[in-house]
Write a protein that binds this ligand. Sequence first.
Ligand code: FES
Ligand code: FES
Length: 157
Amino acid sequence: MLIHFTLNAKPVAVDVAPHDLLADVVREKLGLTGTHVGCDTSQCGACVVHIDGRSVKSCSTLAVTLEGANVTTIEGLASPSGQLHPMQQAFHEQHGLQCGFCTPGMVMSAVDFATRNPNPTAAEAAAGIEGNFCRCTGYQNIVKSVIAGAAAMRAAK
Ligand code: FES
Ligand code: FES
């Protein structure tokens, strides 16, 4: 069936099967490979996108449910001029990544978290990304990134 939704501020129409998952649709039908698939069992968080502003694991979201929704992937987070989102910039500056596989989902979860908790403690920041796994960093710099990104988002308001 043909579904219509907004993807990274642009209208899209895409033909999907009833069982198609959003992660596969954005990667394979719409060519946006920044959304990663690390487990396919709703555990790792590499596939997190925003649907209507809230972080969602796209590997466990049926694409047919998206009619009329507003979807943002990691590709839609920077400004149209290419300026990184404050949370992306914070991950860069605080060395919140190593291989980068988890980073798109981590950043998308962190943006949603910081929108709801603009001034988190380290414990709150760690809890805020608990649905996202990182196999490389040991999380310390990711937590620093989330705190710095939240501060930058506050300052940008
Ligand atoms: S690929 Fe979606 S949670 Fe791992
Ligand atoms: S930076 Fe490699 S999995 Fe997180």
